[in-house]
Design a binder for this molecule. Structure first.
Ligand SMILES: [Zn+2]
Length: 498
């Protein structure tokens, strides 16, 4: 039995987004639990689809003693503020320092954290921890599929274990796999590592593992690990809207020998490179998408419009009303737009009361350049306190706290308004306001891919729409300055020239 310290610190940073993440954002519960410390880590996370509880369950079953530090996450946004990073990283480091006897460390990190003062949030944290515990202690880290893997992370972690699905329905399983790797390290000693990088970025909608080529590639990650008896094989697609040197897809593999690790890494990078031409799909303009959806959408089989460029799960503010404007202008009957993050509008709706209406310019309040508000008279169709249990496979089991919510109506379109920012990736968000998703003709969802876990089964068609927002599908429109030279901004696209 080993004594293993456990903790987590998660942020996915869109360096182009307008709003940074401060300490309060990590403290607050939203779609995931708020900042949690000590023994509460065992209670709060039980049954939730996150790596930490998956690790806890597996490691406890293996008989290990777990020493809880802290876990926190903040909604994706611009850089983590220096003070927040130093406070949380500092607490993790001092927590580890204070432990008298320690055999291993497990951390539940994201892998795409950029702070105000450093590019590689996870690499820096791992280096600080490695300095305290020395070169031999097993440190295993689970990471999100959107991790921008860095050489520093690979150097200081004994093993990095990346999730394999997008929508991320295997987060808990990724934690369990991390526990197996830590067990192996404790019993058999260190593993050889191999890292490889791709030289092109893949936009989020085409990273989805429910469709090819990503589906086939992730099948190969698991198959290659088994075929080569590797200890662990991982492929991270990276998070494109991060203006950092080591942005982009990468492979990391671990084996008994360097040759074994190299073989797996070479195989996977080869498969990725030969799939470059297959990362392509139609991007719809908002008017074209709304017109198509009105024609094809049926109650019982809605057409889903993915408002990907304002996906709050990728640093958008969820306050763009650009696609909503098209729904209203084109008189989309039976359409629901979710989730508009607009606390002031939610407050006014609650004040106005059920079945009353009010006039207001809604949305576009976070300050993103190029976004416009939408003026109109809105009827209050339903009100909620934003406290409910998620039912879909992605947010599975988590108790959502989205603050005061309202369902507004204008013409034939309904709008789900929240007071906290959360990706529209769970049907319970709509049902909380009395909307049965399957009965709508058109669902416009602020999400790139995660919505598919819960909504794809009820959809007749899914269209990826480019309406105004902070997370462009076309990476070549982003004003990058810090990428490495030669990295192609899109599959088969133009290379970054420096
Ligand atoms: Zn992710």
């Amino acid at each position: 039995m080993a004594r293993i310290a456990i903790g987590g610190f998660q942020h996915e940073t869109n360096t182009f987004a307008p709003v940074k993440a401060g300490f309060a954002d990590f403290e607050m519960a939203d779609g995931w639990p708020g900042l949690t410390t000590g023994d509460a880590l065992f209670e709060v996370f039980r049954g939730i689809n996150l790596p930490l509880p998956g690790f806890i369950e597996q490691a406890k079953a293996a008989g290990h003693e777990l020493l809880p530090l802290l876990w926190c996450s903040a909604s994706p946004s611009a850089n983590v503020m220096r003070d927040a990073y130093e406070r949380i990283a500092g607490d993790l480091v001092s927590g580890i320092k204070a432990l008298s006897r320690l055999d291993a460390i497990y951390l539940d990190l994201h892998g795409a954290m950029v702070a105000e003062h450093l590019e590689d949030g996870e690499g820096e944290l791992l280096e600080r921890i490695r300095k305290i515990v020395g070169p031999d202690m097993p440190i295993v880290v689970s990471l999100d599929l959107h991790a921008n893997l860095t050489e520093r992370m690979v150097r200081h972690a004994s093993a990095l274990v990346v999730c394999r699905t997008y929508p991320h329905v295997d987060l808990a399983e990724t934690g369990a796999r991390s526990a197996e790797v830590i067990d192996r390290l404790l019993k058999q000693g260190p593993l050889a590592k191999a890292m490889r990088r791709a030289d092109f970025l893949v936009p989020l909608p085409w990273q989805c593992t429910l469709i090819d080529p990503a589906m086939a590639l992730y099948g190969e990650v698991a198959a290659s690990e088994t075929r080569n008896a590797a200890a662990s094989a991982s492929f991270a697609f990276g998070f494109p809207p991060a203006d950092i040197h080591e942005c982009g897809p990468a492979i990391v593999a671990y084996g008994e020998t360097q040759a074994a690790a190299d073989r797996v890494a070479d195989n996977l990078i080869g498969a990725l490179k030969s799939a470059e031409r297959d990362f392509a799909g139609k991007i719809w303009s908002k008017d074209e998408a709304v017109a198509h959806a009105m024609l094809k959408g049926l109650s019982g089989r809605p057409v889903i419009l993915a408002d990907t460029q304002d996906n709050p799960g990728a640093g958008g503010n969820s306050d763009s009303v650009d696609l909503l404007e098209a729904l209203i202008r084109l008189k989309a009957e039976g359409a629901v737009f979710a989730n508009l993050y607009d606390p002031e509008t939610a407050r006014i709706a609650h004040e106005a009361g059920l079945h009353n209406s009010f006039e207001r310019a809604i949305g576009a309040w976070c300050g993103s350049p190029g976004l416009e508000k939408l003026s109109g008279r809105f009827e209050v169709l339903a009100l909620g306190d934003g406290s409910f249990k998620a039912t879909g496979p992605f947010y599975r089991g988590n108790h959502m706290q989205l603050g005061p919510m309202a369902l507004l109506g204008i013409g034939g379109t309904k709008i789900v308004v929240t007071s906290r920012k959360q990706q529209a990736a769970d049907q319970a968000m709509l049902r909380h306001l009395g909307v049965e998703p399957a009965q709508q003709k058109v669902l416009a969802l602020k999400s790139s891919v995660h919505f598919r876990a819960d909504f794809q089964p009820i959809a007749s068609e899914i269209l990826i729409v480019a309406a105004a927002g902070d997370n462009p599908v076309d990476n070549s429109t982003l004003p990058y300055r810090h990428l490495r030279k030669g990295l192609r901004l899109m599959p088969l696209g133009r290379a970054f020239a420096g």
